[in-house]
Design a protein around this ligand. Structure first.
Ligand SMILES: Cc1cc2nc3c(=O)[nH]c(=O)nc-3n(C[C@H](O)[C@H](O)[C@H](O)COP(=O)(O)O)c2cc1C
Length: 569
């Protein structure tokens, strides 16, 4: 199998087979989990903070006031005027996209939380930006790594004005690039072979978090689908093996353009001149080592090689504008308040329900719509539907429901799933939402989620079911990753929309794959439809033993005046 960027037809078939094999081998089954470490090796727990030793550190300002609009304005195209690009706005963008949200403390141990969630709070996702010259940052364009604990940029390389101008010639003034890369080892330390899936979910969440952060500043953000992984690696300096000797490598995820206005033409590819100049530029900094020792998971190597993204033309059909119910116009906290407040529930209270309107509102925001955040960032067609376990939704009988995010697939789904599902449209929902079967599904939801009670104790939970084999056949083996990104994006919407209605959500990566498929009437060896991520929403029970500390108190005077307070729970 080739790990090259341009696969031949034979290689493409091998890669597809390898990705499907990885997916099959990393399923959890009751009594037989995907290969994992068994117990946690605390001496090798990965450092959640990557640093580039020797790179110039540029501290970013921490916003003292909150210039962001009410959260629900983000869902209204054109409602937020673009802010000019400055060190302040860039700092806020990175804080709200990838920054810290709090520290938790318990019995002398402290750990950071971030605005973007992460499986096991291990945070494999690293952020990079490619910036023009900017007052307060640098007199020259450059490539930077974002260090969230320091809320600072690490200058990896300075680019000449000429190279930068060629690179971003298609972007409007005030535009810049943001990139994501993953340290797969961070998740593998705890989750072994299944870690690759979680890294992709996390990349999708981070992309969503960045899209919402950009929207809070009136900016647009869009993934550039044409680029190969090799392009992204070269531009972000990830392929500079000498800068990672002895340190864990980073695998490129994606590159997106951030612009003040939506009239943005895509950057098709890096020209040879830009590639050469970037390679020859003066790079600084050496990646820190995150764990003293590592365990090798052959499944990860296999899928990393098979799911390499080649250069590609943009997908012919991404998502379309939709006539979804509009976002509610009631007063809401600011976008920044809500984004910083997002947390995963560790337990649900088994009593709190949700109103029908709030439930449908959350679902409406998770529908793909080319004109709204975050779907306008994602240039791929919607390939995931939601299979909902409704536990406590006012005026909606408990049971199993399906939200078809691409209603054109309904006939295929009805034909493939259990013949006794009712497929009864939910009246006056304004959504392609169907009741499949009524009845109490709390126990089934918890059991399918590896026995995690939170899946049955909330108001509703769900599985994200992908149009799996078709997407891989049409878009290539690498599309395995973008399916998880789509799931992560849906997850980020669920987290924020849930927070906006005063409830809490939790992503669930641990679920028994084929139990979910069996519930839908699908055979274990049929991968036409595959559930890729689960979620639960409800009334959270906080863990009062934990103390919550402000996100940036450790930065001392830089953080003064931010109005962050200590809380319990
Ligand atoms: C991809 C993914 C999978 C997750 N899986 C689970 C899970 O199976 N069970 C659970 O209780 N929490 C799960 N979580 C929640 C994380 O534990 C949580 O995001 C992390 O501890 C950070 O906390 P925060 O979300 O409050 O910032 C998952 C989160 C993500 C992003």
């Amino acid at each position: 199998m080739a790990a090259s960027t341009e696969h031949g037809a034979g290689d493409a078939r091998d890669c597809l087979a390898a990705v499907r094999d990885y997916h099959r081998r990393t399923k959890h089954l009751p009594g037989r989990y995907a290969p994992g470490p068994g117990s946690l090796d605390w001496a090798n727990q990965p450092d959640p903070f990557r640093r580039y030793v020797g790179a110039r550190l540029v501290e970013l300002p921490l916003a003292r006031t909150d210039p962001t609009p009410p959260y629900n304005d983000l869902a209204r195209p054109g409602a937020v005027s673009p802010q000019p690009l400055s060190a302040e706005t860039l700092g806020l963008f990175l804080e709200l996209g990838l920054g810290l949200s709090a520290w938790k403390a318990y019995q002398g141990t402290r750990w950071a939380l971030r605005v973007n969630p992460s499986s096991g709070n291990l945070h494999p996702t690293e952020g990079y930006i490619v910036l023009p010259s900017l007052e307060g940052v640098s007199a020259y364009p450059g490539v930077y790594h974002y260090a969230p604990r320091e809320h600072a940029l690490e200058e990896r390389c300075v680019l000449s004005e000429d190279v930068h101008a060629t690179l971003i010639r298609d972007l409007p003034r005030g535009g810049f690039l943001v990139g994501l890369a993953s340290v797969h080892w961070r998740e593998a330390w705890k989750y072994g072979a299944r870690a690759y899936r979680y890294c992709q979910h996390d990349a999708g969440h981070a992309l969503g978090a960045l899209r919402f952060a950009a929207a809070a500043l009136g900016w647009h953000l869009r993934v550039m689908p044409e680029l190969a992984d090799a392009d992204v690696a070269l531009l972000l300096g990830l392929d500079r093996a000498g800068d990672f000797t002895d340190a864990e490598s980073e695998v490129p995820d994606l590159l997106a353009a951030v612009t003040p206005d939506p009239t943005m033409r895509p950057l098709l590819a890096l020209s040879d001149a830009v590639r050469e100049a970037t390679r020859q530029a003066h790079w600084r900094g050496h990646a820190n080592k995150l764990s003293p020792e590592h365990v090798h998971w052959p499944e990860l190597t296999m899928v990393e090689e098979a799911a390499v993204k080649p250069r590609a033309p943009p997908p012919a059909v991404a998502c379309q504008p939709q006539a979804n119910p509009p976002a509610p116009a009631n007063a809401m906290p600011s976008a920044a308040t809500l984004i910083r407040r997002r947390r995963s529930a560790v337990a649900m209270d088994e009593t709190t329900g949700i109103s029908r309107d709030d439930f449908l509102g959350i679902l409406a925001r998770s529908m793909p719509d080319a004109t709204t955040v975050p779907w306008d960032a994602f240039p791929y067609p919607p390939r995931i539907l939601l299979c909902l376990f409704v536990h406590r939704v006012d005026s909606l009988p408990p049971g199993l429901y399906a939200l078809l995010r691409d209603a054109t697939r309904k006939d295929a789904i009805v034909a493939a799933w259990r013949p006794d599902f009712a497929w009864a449209p939910v009246a006056d929902s304004g959504l392609p939402l169907f009741a499949l079967r009524s009845g109490d599904s709390r126990e089934a939801a918890a059991h399918i989620s590896c026995g995690q009670a939170i899946a049955g104790a909330g108001a509703f939970s769900l599985g994200m079911v992908a149009d799996f084999s078709r997407t891989l056949a049409e878009e290539g083996a690498w599309a395995y990753r973008r399916l998880f990104w789509e799931a992560g994006l849906i997850g980020q919407v669920l987290y924020l929309e849930t927070e906006a209605v005063g409830l809490r959500a939790t992503g669930i990566g641990c679920y028994f794959d084929d139990l979910m498929h069996g519930l839908l009437g699908l055979e274990p060896d049929d991968d036409t439809w595959q559930s890729l991520y689960h979620f639960t929403v409800g009334g959270a029970v906080d863990d009062d033993r934990l103390q919550t500390l402000p996100a940036y108190e450790h930065l001392g005077p830089r953080a003064n005046g931010r109005g962050e307070s200590r809380e319990s729970g």
